[in-house]
Design a protein around this ligand. Sequence first.
Ligand SMILES: NC(=O)c1ccc[n+]([C@@H]2O[C@H](COP(=O)([O-])OP(=O)(O)OC[C@H]3O[C@@H](n4cnc5c(N)ncnc54)[C@H](O)[C@@H]3O)[C@@H](O)[C@H]2O)c1
Length: 251
Amino acid sequence: MSSRTLDGKSAIVTGGASGIGGAITKLFVARGARVVVVDLQEEAGEALARELGDAVVFQRGDVSDRNVADTAVASAVERFGSLDVLVNNASVSRQKPFEEQTDDDWNLAMDTGLYATRNFMLAALPELKKTGNACVINFGSGAGLNGQPNQASYAATKEAIRGLSRVAANEWAEFNIRVNVVCPMALTAGVVQWAQARPEQYAQSAAAVPLGRFGDPDRDVAPIVAFLASDDARYMTGQTVMADGGAVKLR
Ligand SMILES: NC(=O)c1ccc[n+]([C@@H]2O[C@H](COP(=O)([O-])OP(=O)(O)OC[C@H]3O[C@@H](n4cnc5c(N)ncnc54)[C@H](O)[C@@H]3O)[C@@H](O)[C@H]2O)c1
């Protein structure tokens, strides 16, 4: 079986400079795709672009800014000739009890989560339609599915993304644009920070993973995203796929 399952595909990966997004960028390129990486971290983004060469264009930008979505789509088309895959991975939030979360906390979660996902999907739609075989991969979270304490704004934005994804899967099926959601669980820098801030919650979450560990972004999560982006997943749309070692079992 060829490992170049993404040969010829052009992708945008938001938050693609580090963490799970960085792992996705690297694996997409290894499997033959070319990627526009949109991220706030200039140094990490430039380093990745140097490492991966012509297959990567780095665009520094904040996903909450609608213009950034338009520019990313324009760069994918200009540099790679089309846009086949959109991965809405970037998202940030602050963790506090619901009653302590301010408007600013809610705006951060919604702007970088739900609204960024919506804006990138809308900006990408005309190009995705043109390919006749495209897909969107959005990011949810077990925190939303489980109602994780201290995650009110984050859980709300992530569950809204799942709802939006199901609607778009139905509406965009006629253009053969598949829309799926991945809920990962992986030991990234952000999770390490959370684990240090809330060791009890972390220990509880790790103990609840049937496969006994938090995932590795490169080996456990990125391959699931690459599968969804490939034609091997051509008959899957509107799904939430748990990349979490079996922690949540959807029915
Ligand atoms: N890591 C996990 O276990 C876990 C669990 C559930 C869901 N998720 C979801 O998976 C996705 C990736 O998670 P992660 O742990 O790799 O996150 P992370 O915080 O480690 O990395 C996110 C990347 O996005 C970039 N970024 C942050 N804000 C941005 C902005 N406003 N504009 C552009 N880029 C921005 C960061 O610079 C970073 O490169 C997120 O949607 C997250 O909610 C992760």
